[in-house]
Design a protein around this ligand. Structure first.
Ligand code: 2AM
Length: 175
């Protein structure tokens, strides 16, 4: 099973982002735009995990400790740059460090390797198969701030010809 740990976005934040991207979506048909109900913040990508390992993984996630914190949507960004972007995202501001560090520690003890690059909190909204110029970018900023009270273990169901469908398997509450 293809798994990752994420923070879900409130549905009104998902709608606000989707609305802000209207022009960009219309003018950039070559971009694989993420469906609004799938917008999320990835904390750790686990990749393929055997179903037999799920119980131990859920046990480890139960040991993740973090206090609730406030997250705010930041600026839209084309990565690595606006001339030849590969990924389009909105940045995020907030104190994600306790959650990210505790999660990294528990996953490390389970044998999952740490991030190879520094982690930047973001919400991916589009991906480009072939890096190319993007029109109507940047889109408007979106004013959104919310309280992060849990993170979630997600399963990604890949569907040929369609975007993936994400299923929440397990909640990791703040405490
Ligand atoms: P991102 O879009 O926030 O970068 C679920 O597939 C999520 O895991 C994706 O939204 C992506 O997060 C991240 N992801 C997918 N494949 C990945 C990979 N090979 N390495 C790291 N992160 C990956």
């Amino acid at each position: 099973m293809r798994l990752f740990v994420a923070i879900s976005l409130p549905s009104e934040v998902q709608s606000d982002i989707h609305r802000a991207l209207k022009e960009a979506r219309q003018r950039n048909g070559g971009v694989r735009w993420v469906r609004s109900e799938s917008y999320h913040v990835t904390l750790a990508f686990l990749g393929e995990v055997a179903p037999s390992g799920l119980a131990a993984l859920q046990g480890a996630l139960g040991r993740v400790v973090f206090g609730r914190f406030s997250a705010r949507l930041g600026a839209p960004k084309a990565v690595p740059n606006v001339r030849r972007p590969q990924v389009l995202w909105y940045g995020l501001e907030g104190d994600f460090s306790q959650l990210h560090d505790s999660l990294g520690k528990e996953l490390g003890q389970m044998g999952f390797p740490p991030d190879s690059r520094p982690w930047t909190p973001h919400v991916t909204v589009g991906r480009l198969r072939k890096p190319g110029a993007i029109l109507d970018w940047p889109p408007p900023n979106v004013e959104a701030e919310w309280e992060v009270t849990e993170s979630v273990l997600m399963q990604s169901h890949l569907r040929p010809g369609e975007g993936p469908r994400y299923e929440v398997l397990h909640g990791i509450p703040a405490r």
